[in-house]
Design a binder for this molecule. Structure first.
Ligand SMILES: *[C@@H]1O[C@H](CO)[C@@H](O)[C@H](O)[C@H]1NC(C)=O
Ligand SMILES: *[C@@H]1O[C@H](CO)[C@@H](O)[C@H](O)[C@H]1NC(C)=O
Ligand SMILES: *[C@@H]1O[C@H](CO)[C@@H](O)[C@H](O)[C@H]1NC(C)=O
Length: 394
């Protein structure tokens, strides 16, 4: 099965209501419609008010939309959201938009792609996976409301954003749908033995396809997402936002953090198709392959240390990939150390890097504010419940 046209309108109801058959039929109709109308629409994409409209099929999606007010007047009229820019940015290749476009996808014409407005769309993603993968017949979401204790802070500060809590079943269906022709990726995702690793890979793939803000369930929102890009930065240029989680400065190393400066991936904002997420997926596949070869065990029997998790799917791997991208944008960067002592959010190419207090306040290192106050720069508070470390002990 190849790629199907996708919008959040298809994604959500499909895995919530299981309308697979109906969708397949409707998708077929859409594909036929597309063949005849793609050229007609190709000139109109840039004015669409919704970040996902990267190809003509988004305008034609037949499925009911989920709760998603992104086209509401209130959104369109405010004019100051990170996602609201209609400024046009450099052309993505179709390959950047999905990990593996297939011939069955009605690929945007070059003209259409050139006119895609790149923005961080108004969507919030959280992931809730069980510690241990469940048997197929038993894949209901486990429902401890405490897991979502912090989520209201995200909802109340970001009205009109679409919120999706992705479960084990939804995550599998999402990956199956978008990466069906990448057996290695599917296989790896399904075999990853550690819930943290699966959650890591899933967030990169969600941001790759859908964009928006991914944030762990143990994070509290402190400022509206629309206020994340500070006034001194041209928000039209921002296509990804990452925060520093660790900055060694002149202090000691910390735990098993291997970089001088490390980015967190408990919270990430991105426009769909940003190339770092495709690179992250490749990095994950390569790293877990190396790990299994080193240890001589199949992936589903791998018992990674927390360092190995961080370096194959987690923040150390993310830091490598982000830093390489920053180096592409600015060749004077040679080591993550060059980002040390950052005081103000800094734009490198289209990636906005936040100083320690942005996403990493309240830590006892890196000159993070931890005197009980909430500094002006703080956008997110990470509560470090560390759910993924739990299954190391098990
Ligand atoms: C981290 O992972 C990368 C990619 O798999 C690997 O090349 C590197 O050796 C690892 N680093 C350490 C310290 O194990
Ligand atoms: C490149 O990065 C260095 C180190 O952070 C910085 O001093 C310089 O201003 C940057 N150059 C550009 C063009 O952004
Ligand atoms: C630490 O952070 C505070 C508040 O952000 C800042 O005023 C101070 O200059 C920083 N200290 C160092 C050594 O960077």
């Amino acid at each position: 099965m190849g790629h199907e046209p996708t919008t959040p309108g298809q994604f959500l109801p499909r895995f919530l209501a299981g309308r697979r058959c109906r969708n397949v039929a409707l998708t077929a109709i859409v594909l036929i419609l597309l063949a005849t109308t793609a050229s007609m629409y190709s000139g109109l994409l840039a004015i669409d008010g919704f970040g996902l409209a990267t190809s003509p099929q988004d305008h034609l999606a037949p499925n009911p939309k989920p709760v998603d007010h992104t086209n509401d007047q209130t959104q369109a009229g405010e004019g100051n959201g990170a996602h609201e820019s209609v400024t046009q940015h450099p052309t993505p290749t179709p390959e950047q938009l999905t990990l593996a476009p297939t011939s069955s996808t009605p690929t945007p014409t070059p003209t259409a792609a050139a006119e895609v407005a790149y923005r961080i769309p108004p969507k919030i993603w959280q992931i809730m996976l069980p510690r241990k993968q469940k048997k197929p017949e038993d894949k209901k979401p486990s429902a401890d409301p405490k897991i979502l204790e912090e989520t209201p802070s995200w909802l109340v500060l970001n009205p009109d954003y679409a919120y999706t809590l992705v479960s084990e079943k939804g995550g599998e269906e999402f990956i199956q749908r978008h990466f069906a022709d990448e057996p290695k990726l599917l296989e790896t995702y399904n075999a990853l033995p550690n819930v943290g690793m699966r959650s890591d890979l899933l967030r990169y793939l969600l941001l790759n396809i859908e964009g928006g803000v991914y944030t762990d369930t143990d994070t509290e929102a402190l400022k509206p997402i629309d206020a994340w890009v500070p006034a001194h930065i041209d928000r039209d240029k921002v296509r990804a936002i990452v925060g520093i989680e660790f900055d060694q400065r002149d202090g000691p190393g910390w735990g098993d953090i291997s970089h001088f400066v490390q980015f967190c991936q408990w919270t990430i904002a991105a426009a769909p198709g940003h190339p770092v997420f495709r690179k992250m997926a490749t990095r994950v596949l390569d790293s877990v392959k190396l790990l299994t070869e080193d240890k001589g065990v199949p992936l589903d029997q791998l018992k990674p240390t927390s360092f190995e998790v961080m370096n194959s799917t987690g923040p150390a791997a993310f830091t490598d990939v982000i830093f390489e991208q920053l180096q592409e944008y600015n060749s004077s960067l040679t080591d993550t150390k060059d980002l040390g002592y950052m005081e103000k959010a800094t734009l490198f190419g289209d990636i906005l890097v936040l100083p320690i207090d942005g996403f990493g306040m309240g830590q006892k290192h890196s000159n993070s504010t931890h005197d009980g106050t909430i500094p002006e720069d703080a956008l997110v508070r990470h509560l470090f419940h560390g759910s993924w470390r739990g299954d190391q002990k098990a």
